[in-house]
Design a protein around this ligand. Structure first.
Ligand SMILES: NC(=O)c1ccc[n+]([C@@H]2O[C@H](COP(=O)([O-])OP(=O)(O)OC[C@H]3O[C@@H](n4cnc5c(N)ncnc54)[C@H](O)[C@@H]3O)[C@@H](O)[C@H]2O)c1
Length: 368
């Protein structure tokens, strides 16, 4: 599959790297950025071509797929244009900054028969995969509650580093829309369809940004399970991301992509025992060795392409076999809807329902 990378900034480079690492199944052929030097510099590194024109890229018949790595508020416009040009689409998180806009991608995907996946690379961490499987297999029993915690630090310099950062129009939000969305996506993946949110937000440690740097929320799921979200870029010097999933037969804790605790009651099977199940104590069950550190949380930058590469591998396989990718549009829309509901609730001071449909699009956006 021959790719154009649209947007050659921080994450565009990681995409180019992941695509190239999957040769001969994937090839990075074209770098697209309105800043000519950025496109040229990325292209030169991989012996690819460069252009400043997205339209030129979409017109080319030798390009099968695009990776959209632009500021978040531009994702849907580019994704729909790419689908209509017959390309498959890998789009960075968040799918967009508005749920209604995101629903247009689902419609265009259906209409064109192309495949879209939305980056949520931490779903591919071994710890996330293990806990999700345990939830699916009922090993934690009935899921009763969960929490997503993101206690990070972003300097003022980070927000000043790009005009689009910290704006409603292009970033779509702050500590939740940009950073916390990864862990919120994992929470929704584990706990199921989200229904309603109540939230508070604040901008407490940064200047000159329109959006929150701190958010707290409670969330209710269709199953009856309850959750808590805490996401901040104002926790100096920056701590971990933490996901907790609790059921009436077991619990799991993932801290910075590692399985810190796992317990499943009555787990007689050797597999469950190996994961620390059946213990009376509150000790950590297992630390999986290959969990990739998140560079945004201070880990090694080299780890980022690995996580993205796993998602690219799933994407290629999905296209080849005509199956949905692991992170599909409906699920990404549900996660986006949670973040948008947090902002709505914080603005109105009232609980906000999760909006996954528009009146004209009754079938769209239902999480799988
Ligand atoms: N998955 C992750 O871990 C992760 C990490 C960082 C960023 N992201 C996401 O990636 C996206 C980009 O973030 P970034 O940090 O790379 O930003 P960035 O500012 O470093 O890069 C964005 C690039 O897009 C270019 N651009 C702007 N408009 C364009 C257009 N219409 N067509 C083509 N290029 C255009 C800019 O010139 C810039 O080079 C955001 O949506 C962000 O949320 C995801």
């Amino acid at each position: 599959m021959r790719f154009a990378v649209i947007g050659c900034g921080v994450i565009g480079r990681a995409h180019a790297d992941s695509i190239t690492s999957l040769a001969p199944h994937a090839e990075f052929v074209l770098a697209v950025d309105p800043i000519p030097d950025r496109a040229r510099e990325l292209a030169a590194r991989y012996d690819a071509q460069a252009t400043t024109s997205t339209a030129d890229a979409l017109d080319r018949a030798d390009i099968d797929a695009v990776a959209i790595c632009t500021p978040s508020g531009q994702h849907v416009g580019l994704a729909v244009a790419a689908l209509e040009a017959g390309k498959h689409v890998m789009v960075e998180k968040p799918l967009d900054v508005q749920v209604d806009a995101a629903l247009r991608v689902a419609e265009a995907e259906r209409r064109t028969g192309r495949t879209v996946s939305v980056i949520s690379q931490h779903r591919f961490d071994r710890a996330s995969q293990f806990v999700r499987q345990a939830v699916q297999d009922g090993k934690l029993g009935r899921i009763t509650s969960g929490s997503a915690g993101i206690a990070w630090w972003r300097s003022q310099g980070y927000y000043d580093s790009g005009d689009w950062r910290g704006t409603w129009l292009l970033d779509g939000g702050g500590s939740l829309m940009n950073q916390g969305i990864h862990t919120i996506d994992l929470l929704v993946w584990m706990l199921g369809e989200p229904v309603e949110v109540f939230a508070w937000t604040g901008c407490l440690a940064h200047q000159g940004i329109e959006v929150e740097d701190t958010a707290v929320a409670t969330i209710r799921f269709a199953s009856g399970a309850l959750g808590v979200i805490h996401g901040t870029t104002a926790a100096y010097p920056g701590l971990t991301t933490r996901l907790q999933v609790h059921g009436d037969r077991g619990s799991a804790v993932i801290d910075n992509d590692r399985l810190e605790y796992f317990h499943a009651a009555g787990a007689e099977s050797p597999e469950a025992a190996a994961y620390g199940a059946g213990r009376e104590s509150n000790q950590a069950g297992l630390v999986l060795p290959d969990a990739a550190p998140d560079p945004a949380a201070g880990g090694a930058p080299a780890a980022l392409p690995n996580a993205h590469t796993l998602q690219y591998r799933d994407f290629l396989d999905a296209v080849i076999h005509g199956r949905p990718p692991l992170v599909n549009v409906a699920e990404a829309t549900a996660t986006l809807a949670v973040v948008c509901a947090v902002y709505e609730s914080a603005r109105t001071g009232r609980p906000a329902p999760i909006r996954l449909r528009t009146p004209n699009d009754a079938d769209s956006g239902t999480p799988a």
